[in-house]
Design a protein around this ligand. Sequence first.
Ligand code: SF4
Length: 815
Amino acid sequence: MTNPSALVQAATLPELLSEAAHIRDHHHGTRVTYSPKVFIPLTMLCQDKCGYCTFAQPPARLASPYLSPGEVLAIARAGAQAGCHEALFTLGERPELRYPAAQKWLDDNGYRTTIDYLVAMAQLVLDETGLLPHANAGALSRDELAALRTVSPSQGMMIESLNADLECHRGAPDKTPERRLATLEAAGELQIPYTTGILVGIGESRQDRIDALLAIAESHERHGHVQEVIVQNFLPKEGTAMHRAPACDDDVYLEAIALARIILPPEIHLQAPPNLSDDFGRLLDAGIDDWGGVSPVTADHVNPERPWPQIERLREVSEERGKVLAPRLTIYPEYVTAPDRWLDPAMVFPVGDRSDAEGMGRDDPGAFWPERTMDNAKVADGADVLVVGDESTAWYSGSPRSPRLIVPGPARATGRLREVLDGVLDGQEVGEDEIVTLFAARGPEVNAVADVADDLRRQAVGDVVTWVANRNINYTNVCTFKCRFCGFSKGPMSLNLRGTPYLLTLDDIADRTIEAALDGATEVCLQGGIHPDFDGDYYVHVAHAVTEAVPGMHVHGFTALEVTEGARRLQEPLADYYQRLIAAGMKSLPGTAAEILDDEIRATLCPDKINTEEWLEAHRIAHQAGLHSNVTIMFGAVERPVHWARHMIRTRDLQKETGGFTEFVGLPFVHMASPIYLQRGARRGPTFRETLLMHAVARIAYHGHIDNIQGSWVKIGFDGMQQLLQSGVNDLGGTLINENISRAAGADHGQAATIEDFQTLVAPLGRTLAQRRTDYSIVDRHEHLVPSRAVGEGTLGIGTNGRAPRRKKLAVIAE
Ligand code: SF4
């Protein structure tokens, strides 16, 4: 379309619908959103008398002018329990100006105005349930809007119509065009993500509708604040002045929706309520991309006679038309992802706590209660956490709950995603945009991505599922670095949340290696905090202690940070340092300390750690020295999908250069005891959809370059791993006796897995389980490493600085 005004004036309805759907598809793709919410009708008194309204009631019909705080909270809690994200406060406009009973109630309860009470109740709901308030309080002053902005991430008010002469608004002083437009404008000036809309069929003309849409568009162009526009159809209701008026004509309504899509800037989301149309699928044909709030708990108090369709029905109707349904928050993703501009500082964490990496609502079923203080339950290995208050029932990484079933499931991809997947199947390499598109998959699209990843897995490595018998040895939790996600480290600047700082002696490390060998391990994975007393020789001595205790034990250590720091403290070139580590027994380098390889994100997550280029350089030099290593990604804290894409592309580029990476390992952020989460600075880890996609997309992005994709059962759990194995994953990682780092961050999935656990996981999939070495060669079942001595017979001592004292001494550093 080149000339919207000409089209608006001259086109037929089918032409308008087609153009509107085209604009929607181009700007919003296949996604159709809804907001799972509860309605909280704070007061049904209203100073206005609108001819179509059944919401407003006189005081005589109400037990109380306002819901009490207890009633508000009871509704909100029911909504939170049912998995809602939004508390929609619906209320009449300024009832205290019309009804003395309303003013008396406010006076008696210590509130000056209805808006003061609304602010208090929004805060209460937010604090107690975590539901995000959306204040729908009508025409407000600038001060009122500003007060609500501190407790409500978004607000809204229907423009309805800008025709000042409508009969239905004769008794409604708040419905004048001037008041409505002034409110819309003030909301823009205050940078409030705002919802507005028009009512169709209340006596206005086609031109009135166009004028209202143009006014909304102009205000948005000035401020960028109109996140969505609702186009709602009039239906006559018993007991109202307009009960004999004809319902809004279907074609007029569809045309109004299409006009809205054509006239409004395309980024504005367009909503039509599905409960007010019998054939609501047609609304999609007119260009909407949002169904609005859908309540699994409360009635629509504005249209109580029209129950909401079940979410499943919305999903079916959306999918019948090639769309996918996705839950959003009350504030749309474009605004969630620019919090400095659009959110009061107090709202940033509550919004992030319910959002995923795209800024959409978390889509794991279940309740997301706010997590409260953790009691400092001290245990020896610094690993246990305690969350108090209501227990969330939704899945998150590290929780003991099973995730929802995504794979297997029906698969479908259309539009841009189909193009990307077809390109992958044709052998094309995915770039940043394509990877971001893959991560945006929802509903059956996720299965389409997983299916392609599963095919690529079969091509790359066949049906064998591998695992390695290993033991993690985290020699110290004392660390001079201040990674904000790390619940493991203890140090002068860390939160010291859990447990006692410790440092293993070289004999302890050797003993643990011997125990691991006796348990059948072929690898020890060595990583820990950066102790202030360590010089680079410490790591050489550790590698030596391990190989001396158990000749042939694969030393999988140390992180890029440890080797970079070790070489720096010795002022030795990294390449030379690697040679000494290799001589002492080091065989490969774990890919940890990568977190997100994007300096913008590292500045938040781990500001004093090595940067992206330093991590890549440590692995580049390791590969040049003949060491293998792997790529990890710790995802779900603060970053967005574009950062995941950059991480994959940067590591893939290095792999093209050196070929030294053996595998990719997805490490979902475990939030529970992480300092950055406790300081209200991170999300609650990835959703399960994101976790599954991380592995599937990695399989696609690294295809032809890295053959092995590993999932972390410690963080994802066995049920989740079974789905990942059908989505590109071919490796289960290690048995991991003593996995302290995930547990220190709050993960609940035990400390060790057995071969029986792995067999139970793999057998139903018809895949073959095989034990591998670190380098992915397969272990003969009779192979055993033989320790050089018994446990407890060591004489290496503590050696924090690499100098071994003569006698063994267990170091426990007092807090
Ligand atoms: S992640 Fe590693 S470097 Fe960072 S604080 Fe924790 S132990 Fe230290």
